[in-house]
Ligand binder design. Structure first.
Ligand code: RIB
Length: 285
C-alpha cells in the first residue's frame, strides 16, 4: 500500500481499515510512505513489484506515469486499486468520497449563516481531490448568488504550514473574509494558528470549516467543524476490491464513491452585524 504523507492522520486511518480487512483474509500488508515525492514513489513501486503482491492500493502523490506503473502490476497478476485522488482517465477500481458535494454543503451552510465574503484554501490543484473540493466551493458561491473572486481562493500543500501561510495572506484581503473553507483539517489547523496570531477570534471574527473530520477536530479550541470522510471505510473498501480482483481476474473494476457528513461544531457562527453593515455600505457606494 502506498500513502503520500504518513504525518497526516488521515492516511493512518485509511491504513487501519485496509490492514484489518487484509489480515482477516490472510493477507499481509506492506506500507510505503512516498512523502508526496514522486521519485521516491517510483522507487518503491519498482521495488514492490518484485514481491509479486496479490494487490496494490495506491494513494498517488502525482498522476505522472501512474497508469504505466500500475499496468506493470496488472500484467504480473496484481489487482490495483487507486483511492482518495484518482486520475480522471482511471479505468481500474477506485474508492473516493464525493468531494464536490462535501465542500458544496459546507460552503452552503456558511452562506446560510449570512456569510457573503468567503475564502477557500485547497490542496495542490494537480490532484483531483483538491480540484473537486474547489469546484464544490465555487458551485455553492454561484448557487448563493455570490461572486467567485480569484484571490479569495488559494491552493497550497495539504498541511498545517500551507494553511497557516495562506490564511495569513487571506486575512489581509479587503474586505476581509468572514469565513474560510479549509479543504482539509491540516490546513484548517494552520488557519487557526494564523487567526490567533492576527489577534482575531474563531468564530467571532472568522468562521472556519475543515475537511476529513479527524479526531483532533474534537480537541481544538474552538472544536473544528469539518466535512467527515470515513477513513476506515475507504481503506477497508479498497482492500476488499483488491481481494475480489486478486481472486477473480475477470472481476469487473468498480468505482466506489462514498458520501461525506458535515459535522458542525464550535468554529462557525453568523458574521458579526457590524461586519455585515460595513461591507453592505461599501456595496451601496
Ligand atoms: O492528501 C491530503 C488530503 O486528501 C487528506 O487530508 C484527505 O482529505 C485526502 O482526501
Amino acid at each position: 500500500m502506498m500513502i503520500p504523507d504518513i504525518a497526516n492522520p488521515f492516511f493512518p486511518g485509511v491504513v487501519r481499515g485496509a490492514e484489518d480487512v487484509a489480515f482477516a483474509n490472510g493477507y499481509r500488508l506492506v506500507l510505503c510512505n512516498s512523502d508526496n515525492d514522486h521519485a521516491k514513489e517510483v522507487l518503491y513501486l519498482n521495488a514492490l513489484r518484485t514481491y509479486l503482491p496479490a494487490g496494490l492500493i495506491m494513494i498517488p502523490s502525482s498522476f505522472d506515469d501512474l497508469s504505466a506503473h500500475t499496468q506493470s502490476y496488472r500484467s504480473a497478476g496484481s489487482a490495483v486499486v487507486c483511492i482518495d485522488r484518482v486520475p480522471r482517465n482511471w479505468e481500474g477500481s477506485s474508492v473516493i468520497v464525493d468531494n464536490v458535494d462535501g465542500v458544496y454543503r459546507a460552503t452552503s451552510y456558511l452562506i446560510g449563516l449570512g456569510h457573503r465574503h468567503l475564502a477557500a484554501i485547497t490542496g495542490p490543484l494537480h490532484l483531483t481531490s483538491a480540484q473537486d473540493r474547489l469546484k464544490g466551493f465555487k458551485l455553492a458561491l454561484r448557487h448563493g448568488g455570490l461572486k467567485t473572486t480569484g484571490n479569495y481562493m488559494q491552493q497550497t500543500t495539504f498541511d498545517t504550514a500551507g494553511g497557516y501561510a495562506k490564511t495569513k495572506e487571506i486575512l489581509h484581503l479587503l474586505p476581509r473574509p468572514t469565513a474560510i473553507m479549509a479543504c482539509n483539517d491540516m490546513i484548517a489547523f494552520g488557519a487557526l494558528l494564523a487567526i490567533r496570531e492576527e489577534n482575531l477570534r474563531c468564530p467571532e471574527d472568522i468562521s472556519l470549516i475543515g475537511f476529513d473530520g479527524l479526531d483532533l477536530t474534537e480537541i481544538t479550541t474552538p472544536k473544528l467543524s469539518s466535512v467527515y470522510q470515513s477513513t476506515y471505510e475507504i481503506g477497508a473498501t479498497a482492500v476488499q476490491l483488491a481481494i475480489d480482483g486478486a481472486l477473480d481476474r475477470n472481476c469487473q473494476p468498480r468505482q466506489v464513491v462514498l458520501k461525506t457528513v458535515l459535522k458542525i461544531r464550535e468554529s462557525v457562527a453568523p458574521p458579526r452585524a457590524e461586519h455585515v453593515a460595513r461591507t453592505s455600505r461599501k456595496r451601496t457606494r
